[in-house]
Design a protein around this ligand. Structure first.
Ligand SMILES: [Zn+2]
Length: 450
């Protein structure tokens, strides 16, 4: 009896020691090879523990002169059961601010501490990872060179600026959107140029701001000398017929993986709201990367022999049986011509999309370089392949009424990195010259003959 009790105690004690005092220490991997830490340095830390699970992970900075570590990121994983936290792997993506932690510029050490729920954790106080870094809190230099930017609400402009050699990203920020600057256009390698848009809904007084950031996330911002001219957009009403709803709603819901409960008006609202938002999000993604130089030449071509059905940024009120059921902003031009008319490319570029695209139906998107894109929607036929180079006037499809269109027409959009702007400016050679070409021509171009 006594022997049995001793055996039970022995096994129990061994089990307790093996689980609660397990010797497997956490491991830490820093996936970002960071050498410089600044005001917004993004880190990717992966911590693993095979035994009781992680208890806490902490990122610290230790200044070269002082010894006291500053904790710049920390996450805790409390014990969930007798066995520990059960968290065996985490991927943390903290953005570290060395300035907020009162570190001074110069040499420092980045340390990552990770503990588990083992009783032995108390004996493993040393950081699991330590590497030398430099604290840099100085943002890159930034000087705006172009002047007197004049934008009509809903329109575009172009800015040229110079950045310090340590700048890794730069652009022009309007509201929530940053339009990236392009390098390599000019003989002076420090110059950048960017097209930017002031979308129709932008509140009055919103500034256009040049921004440049270095690898450590130190950002410099400089206000642009820009005037935004307000403008009123047209108010339009659109009556939705039962025939249109029964013809379009089930098809659009099904083609875009949306559920419908048979109620055509509710289905229409899902298309006009959710699908519209999803379509614009896809466009932003599609128009992220652009050729690093303008591929277009002169004014854009407008669909020949066409009449505008609606203009840029019309405020549309949708009526059903005379009652308003929705409001949306129409981001483009609707051009009507003969049914199935050939659609020419507005300018030289490269096909980046040629397929059905949400509310726009069969769609072609062209990249004209330098962040500029054009879109051709509601096509009955697509005659373009992704990756192909097109010249101004090349036929890329035929007009139709695919997607959210009541009748045969071309939906034409011009976009800067997926943000719609008024195409009227891009149909106007003088506007392009004054706002874009002359700004770029003010500085010697790269590779120009000497
Ligand atoms: Zn349209």
């Amino acid at each position: 009896m006594r022997r049995l009790l001793a055996i039970i105690l022995l096994f129990g004690g061994a089990a307790l020691l093996l689980t609660r005092a397990e010797p497997l220490a956490p491991t830490v991997v820093l996936e970002t090879p960071v050498d410089v830490v600044g005001r917004a340095t993004a880190l990717v830390v992966v911590a693993r523990d095979r035994g009781t699970g992680l208890a806490h992970v902490e990122v610290r900075l230790v200044s070269g002169t002082e010894g006291a570590p500053a904790v710049v990121a920390r996450e805790d994983f409390p014990r969930r059961s007798w066995l520990g936290s059960g968290v065996h792997e985490v991927r943390l993506t903290p953005t570290v601010d060395a300035a907020a932690a009162h570190l001074v510029e110069g040499p420092a050490r980045l340390e990552i501490v990770a503990t588990d729920h083992s009783w032995l954790a108390a004996l493993r106080r040393a950081p699991r990872l330590s590497r030398p870094v430099t604290i840099d809190l100085t943002p890159p230099t930034l000087e705006v060179l172009s002047q007197q930017h004049v934008v009509r609400l809903g329109g575009a402009e172009c800015a040229v600026y110079r950045v310090g050699a340590d700048a890794v990203t730069s652009g022009i920020t309007v509201g929530e959107t940053t339009f990236p600057g392009v390098a390599g256009l000019f003989a002076d390698g420090a110059l950048r140029a960017a097209l930017f848009a002031v979308p129709p809904g932008t509140p009055a007084g919103t500034a256009a701001i040049a921004v440049a950031a270095d690898q450590a996330g130190n950002r410099r911002t400089v206000w642009l000398d820009a005037v935004v001219h307000p403008r009123r957009f047209a108010e339009k009403s659109l009556e939705l017929s039962d025939d249109f709803l029964s013809r379009k709603v089930p098809e659009l819901l099904q083609a875009n993986g949306l559920a419908g409960d048979g109620d055509l008006v509710a289905g229409y609202l899902r298309v006009n709201r959710e699908l519209r938002v999803a379509t614009e999000k896809r466009l932003r993604d599609l128009c992220r990367d652009s050729a690093p130089e303008p591929l277009w030449e002169g004014a854009f071509l407008r669909q020949p022999g066409s009449e505008p059905l609606s203009g840029f940024a019309d405020h549309r009120t949708y009526l059903y049986r005379g009652q308003p059921i929705d409001h949306q902003t129409h981001l483009g031009f609707d051009l009507a011509s003969l049914r199935g008319s050939p659609v020419p490319a507005g300018n030289n570029g490269r096909v980046v999309f040629a397929a059905p695209l949400g509310i726009y139906g069969n769609t072609v998107v062209l990249d004209h370089g330098f962040g500029l894109f054009s879109l051709y929607g509601h096509l009955s036929e697509i005659a373009a392949t992704v990756g192909a180079t097109v010249k101004r006037g090349d036929i890329i499809g035929k007009t139709g009424d695919t997607g959210l269109a009541a009748g045969d027409h071309l939906h034409f959009s011009i976009m800067i990195h997926g943000v719609h702007v008024d195409p009227v400016e891009w149909w106007d050679a003088h506007w392009i010259h004054d706002h874009v070409e002359s700004r770029l021509a003010a500085f010697p171009r790269a590779g120009a003959a000497h």
